[in-house]
Design a protein around this ligand. Structure first.
Ligand code: SF4
Length: 543
């Protein structure tokens, strides 16, 4: 019920009149009657089954998002997604920053069959969009990382099942994001999710999780707050449920721009939030040990890595972390990777939140052959830092909110920089984002490019607004927004200039790009790229 004296907004009315979960019967009906027959309110409820209308709106196509907890897939599942993409989605596929896969060009007529086929291999599109608990993310090396504190994969899977198809949680004030990591070197996700659980060891030597709440990006980013609460693995489901209930019951339903849990946490503060959580649990929570967060690095999961588990004979197993150029993967690539993973390894695949892909469980004798075959699919074991660290959102090709095109632009930027600065080897995160909503997480990138419109000589022009120096991890901070904007086609030259200046002016070879940016005032950053001439001269001298 809407509180008295407030006008109920459209999203709240739609959810009150019919639960998003109840729209499935209508989707099946619309599959018969066609796109034109769809009620606009139902179109909004379609999000509960992973469907968003895409550009161009009049053509009646949808984006369909598939739920992949922790980004872990079997060969059979990836193969199925690949085949469905080929048959029903023009072979499209995008790996998202929440370890999901999105298809495009999906027609309403085909949705029931796609969802049925996905269901046969244990996949669903349910609650990947809408005001619900979204795909639960975690370390892509869960269960195989050599030094992890907890294998959190079973916990992620349990939490993922907890809220699915449950009417008690299908009408939250807004979307809700959860991250659970058992890694010994947690980097980032707990800082930007509504709930972040990150592995720690208590003073008594118990292994469990440190609880963070209220992180989130979007147009108004907030870093998560540490509640200083120790959560034992067996308590995770209960604690998370109580936190989601707090959000459900106290989140802002009047103003969607203030509805995410980050605003509730900011308004209440950590003490009140913790007190409410303890009241709902009916017990005091013990304090947790401080977690040592590592520096976020896009290359962390890439290349060849030794796993903690071995094969049945005790031989070592390795994971291959591969770059997927700005997260775009075709149906053919999906089917091929699935086949290779089955033939050379255990038939498992993992997706990273940096839009890349991992094939685990590879015996040593197959590493070379498998990498060669994957490279032939343009999935590279060794690649430039630009390819490793560039993420892009959907952008204007399909997204109705986008201001500029992103996926092709990101690919162009990567290829240009690879040719222009072939010897650059440092980690760098570049985000190419189509609007301020931050699906490509520009606030946490070293270089965040955000699409904006402008005018030149009376003509509309596409620009990128520049944000510099964002990072998660030990010294988490959001990128600073410059007043500077560049035309979208000139972004690659801007980044090239910036990198030359960085290389010439860094304090030492060990100074990272993010630290270099951090020690400059905002006014210095505005003109940093203009020092290119002197930077090139210096590079010449140093050579
Ligand atoms: Fe669309 Fe904006 Fe999200 Fe990009 S950031 S996918 S343009 S809403």
């Amino acid at each position: 019920m809407a509180p008295e004296n407030t006008k109920e907004n459209r999203a709240e009315r739609i959810k009150r009149e019919k639960d998003g979960l109840d729209v499935w019967a209508d989707i099946e009906r619309y599959a018969e009657t066609g796109f034109q027959a769809i009620d606009p309110d139902d179109l909004d409820r379609f999000k509960w089954y992973g469907l968003y209308t895409q550009r161009p709106a009049e053509e009646g196509f949808f984006m369909l998002r598939i739920r992949i907890p922790n980004g872990v897939l079997s060969s059979e599942q990836l193969e199925t997604i690949g085949w469905l993409s080929r048959v029903y989605a023009r072979s499209t596929g995008d790996i998202t920053t929440r370890q999901c896969i999105q298809l495009h060009y999906v027609r309403i007529q085909d949705v029931p069959v796609i969802v049925r086929e996905l269901g046969k291999v244990g996949l669903t599109t349910q609650e990947t969009c809408g005001d619900v608990v979204r795909n639960v993310v975690g370390s892509p090396l869960a269960g195989i990382e050599a030094e992890e504190l907890i294998d959190a994969l079973p916990i992620v899977e349990e939490v993922s099942r907890l809220f699915l198809n449950d009417y008690a949680f299908s009408n939250l004030p807004r979307k809700f994001k959860i991250s659970i990591s058992g890694s010994s070197r947690p980097q980032e996700q707990h800082q930007i999710n509504d709930i972040g659980l990150v592995a720690t060891v208590s003073e008594r030597g118990e292994t469990g999780f440190d609880l963070w709440v209220g992180g989130g990006l979007g147009a108004v980013p907030h870093l998560g707050k540490r509640l200083n609460v120790f959560v034992r693995p067996q308590e995770v489901s209960e604690v998370i449920t109580r936190v989601v209930e707090i959000f459900r019951d106290h989140g802002n339903r009047d103003n969607r721009k203030k509805a995410r849990m980050k605003f509730l946490v900011a308004a209440w503060g950590v003490e009140r939030f913790r007190a409410e959580l303890e009241a709902r649990l009916g017990r005091r929570l013990t304090e947790s040990g401080e977690v040592e967060t590592a520096d976020a690095s896009p290359s962390r999961w890439l290349g060849v890595g030794l796993q903690k588990n071995t094969d049945a004979d005790g031989n070592p197993l390795y994971y291959l972390g591969l770059t997927v150029l700005r997260g775009r993967i075709s149906g053919e690539q999906m089917v091929s990777v699935a086949g290779l993973a089955r033939f050379y390894a255990s038939g498992r695949i993992r997706l990273t939140n940096t839009q890349n892909l991992i094939v685990p469980d590879v015996p040593e004798r197959f590493i070379e052959t498998l990498s060669r075959e994957l490279a032939a699919l343009d999935l590279r074991l060794e690649s430039s830092p630009f390819r490793q660290g560039t993420v892009a959102c959907t952008g204007r090709q399909f997204c109705k909110l986008a201001v500029v095109e992103t996926k092709d632009r990101a690919a162009e930027i990567v290829r240009y920089l690879e040719g222009a600065i072939p010897d650059f080897r440092d980690d760098i995160r570049i985000s190419v984002t189509g609007c301020v909503n931050s699906c490509a997480q520009y606030q946490i990138a070293d270089i965040g490019l955000v699409g904006v419109k402008g005018q030149e000589n009376g003509e509309e022009v596409d620009y990128f607004q520049i944000h510099l120096g964002g990072q998660l991890g030990r010294n988490a901070r959001f990128g600073r927004k410059l007043s500077k904007r560049v035309r979208v086609e000139e972004a690659k030259y801007y980044i090239e200039r910036l990198i030359h200046v960085y290389r010439a002016q860094r304090l030492s070879e060990r100074e990272r790009f993010s630290d270099f940016i951090a020690r400059h005032e905002l006014r210095e950053l505005e003109t940093l790229d203009e020092q290119l001439a002197s930077a090139l001269e210096l590079e010449e001298v140093l050579r």
